[in-house]
Design a protein around this ligand. Structure first.
Ligand code: NAP
Ligand code: GLV
Length: 314
């Protein structure tokens, strides 16, 4: 009897495939690993980032589709074979980076370090009046792998922290809100809003004029940190809120179109900090080790963490 060798393809948009192929070959010596080219032989599993529909259509027998990131929105937009399981990365070094990023921009805003930077560039020795952290409640939307870590990290700095999720959660130091019924109360109770929701039909455009105006009990001075997906934000609603002072500023790491097009108003707005979708990068070696472990477990018929519920959208 002949048993065919396990076959794995990579299909990685915007990412160099060669180090992934090399790493996967080392981690799974029992497997044949190749980067996809049209017409490739059928594979058992694929390691992907935003693959084209043509790749999926050619590979109807895939058992596992391993995403090299946490967010699976680009994958779930494709027509996938019903038996193919979509598996996301669990943390793999991303949550600590996300906590660093959010705490950095939160504290930069709260302590007005951006203003200190411009004063020091002008050669001025000037103090600003300290602000009280009790007035800067932070609301974290999404309390999953990344959101929970962020909420806990922010709580360490003694900010009041609110968290919003679909199902109720109990996290030390975090006031929990859940579901659509508690969304407005969550927004009113929060001054700095951190978005860590998955992009789904329910969350598309959730950061808009109506919701952002509710921050801080409707008073001016709210602040937005969007680190999830650009399509959560209605771009055209943000600038008027900033210009009127309703929002004091925004930090944006993700955009509807990436790279953010040259000349887009976000680049030059004085109250917006832009970073190039790098708040939590995929750590290749950690991710390869995680994916290899999951491929073996899946093929032994064991349960694996991070299998996406396509109906729920994350
Ligand atoms: P996750 O583990 O899937 O957690 C998602 C959280 O959102 C859960 O707490 C879930 O509630 C909540 N949620 C989902 N739909 C909701 C709704 N309609 N109303 C209220 N809460 C809802 O996701 P994650 O790993 O933390 O990642 C979150 C997102 O971050 C990813 O989807 C990706 O888009 C983004 N991301 C960005 C970067 C970057 O570099 N910028 C890096 C990694 C990830 P339940 O707990 O009740 O299910
Ligand atoms: C990055 O945006 C990810 O979803 O991992």
């Amino acid at each position: 009897m002949t048993t065919s060798r396990l076959r794995i393809l990579t299909c990685l948009t915007d990412t160099r495939a060669e180090p992934w192929v090399r790493g996967l070959r080392a981690a799974l010596p029992e497997a044949e690993v190749e980067d996809w080219a049209p017409g490739a032989a059928p594979a058992d599993h694929a390691v992907v980032w935003a693959p084209p529909q043509a790749f999926i259509d050619e590979q109807p027998g895939l058992r596992g589709l391993f995403n090299i990131g946490a967010g699976v929105d680009a994958l779930l937009r494709l027509r996938l074979p019903p038996a193919t399981r979509v598996v996301r990365l669990d943390d793999a070094g991303m949550s600590v980076q996300m906590a660093e990023y959010v705490c950095h921009f939160l504290i930069r805003h709260f302590r007005e370090f951006d203003a200190y930077e411009s004063e020091s560039r002008a050669g001025r020795w000037s103090y600003r009046k300290p602000r009280e952290r009790k007035d800067f409640a932070v609301g974290v939307m999404g309390l999953g792998v990344l959101g929970e870590r962020v909420a806990r990290a922010v709580a360490q700095f003694e900010f009041p922290v609110n968290g919003w999720s679909r199902s109720p959660k109990r996290i030390d130091g975090v006031r929990g809100f859940a579901g659509a019924a508690q969304f407005d109360d969550f927004l009113s109770a929060s001054r700095v809003l951190v978005n860590l929701l998955p992009l789904t039909d329910e969350t598309h455009g959730i950061l808009n004029g109506g919701t952002l105006s509710k921050l801080n009990d409707g008073r001016p001075g709210g602040y937005l940190i969007n680190v999830a997906r650009g399509a959560h934000l209605v771009d055209d609603d943000l600038i008027p809120l900033l210009d009127s002072g309703q929002l004091a500023g925004a930090t944006l790491d993700v955009f509807d179109v990436e790279p953010l097009p040259a000349g887009h108003a976000f680049w030059s707005h004085p109250k917006i900090a832009v970073t190039p979708h790098g708040s939590a990068r995929t750590e290749r070696d950690t991710s390869i080790a995680q994916i290899a472990t999951k491929i073996r477990a899946l093929d032994r018929g064991e349960p694996v963490a991070g299998v996406v519920d396509a109906k729920r959208g994350y």
